[in-house]
Design a protein around this ligand. Structure first.
Ligand code: SF4
Length: 228
């Protein structure tokens, strides 16, 4: 059951972050396929490397499912090299494109228009696509309201006092889904704001609590924090 007090606190956290960092305008992509490619390429690496790999694909005119399947493996892997683990990521990207071509006649819109449960299930069945990547695709490419959890979300909400260090993905996602209105726009910006906080202030080793807009709401600020 939704807790009105908790909802108010979560919205207050969001409001303060938005005021501090400004709108993040996520996801930085021109098309849904570019967004999906970015979500796969940014797994386990910084966005910078993924962005460079996407730029390589754009320069070569390969940022289309058909091209990803048609280009020779060595050439495609070379273009993806800045995203690291390029052969593994190439296989994931190609498998996604094969599903699209084989089961949806290449119609990305039809694929994304499925109901959330079946869309998530189909994405998770693709080798190498885990809950975070699947949920990013559902939220940012399909525009459906699922709350995305990442390492920053875990760290921040552990420090705020809501999550255990060993909290699982599903448990953390259920917390936000239970206590926030299911609004894709809100979830989009909330996730982006948490990433801004995790990248800039709520750092793993030395959080910059003195500059944090949610300091007064944080139970585990500064030296008392445990690493997550
Ligand atoms: S006050 Fe410090 S520990 Fe708490 S969320 Fe902000 S930066 Fe992180």
């Amino acid at each position: 059951m939704r807790d009105a007090g908790l909802e108010e606190t979560l919205i207050e956290i969001y409001r303060r972050l938005l005021e501090h960092f400004g709108p993040r305008n996520w996801w930085p992509a021109d098309t849904a396929f570019e967004m999906i490619t970015g979500a796969i390429l940014t797994q386990n690496v910084s966005w910078k490397g993924a962005a460079q790999a996407i730029s390589n694909l754009k320069e070569r005119g390969w940022l289309e499912p058909d091209c990803i399947l048609a280009v020779r493996e060595e050439e495609l892997a070379e273009a993806l090299r800045p995203a690291r683990y390029q052969f593994e990521k190439m296989r994931r990207l190609r498998e996604f494109c094969q599903v699209l071509a084989g089961e949806y006649a290449g119609d990305l819109r039809a694929f994304l228009s499925q109901e959330v449960g079946s869309l998530r299930e189909r994405l998770l069945a693709i080798r190498g696509i885990g809950p975070e990547t699947a949920d990013c695709i559902i939220l940012y490419a399909a525009g459906k309201p699922v709350f995305v959890i990442d390492a920053y979300t875990h760290r921040i909400f552990h420090r705020l006092g809501y999550f255990d260090e060993r909290a699982k993905y599903g448990e953390m996602q259920a917390f936000f889904m239970r206590h926030l209105p299911h609004d894709a726009g809100l979830f989009n910006e909330y996730h982006a704001q948490l990433d801004a906080l995790g990248q800039n202030l709520c750092l793993k080793r030395a959080p910059r609590c003195e500059a944090c807009p949610i300091l007064s709401l944080c139970q585990g600020a500064a030296a008392k924090t445990k690493e997550v």
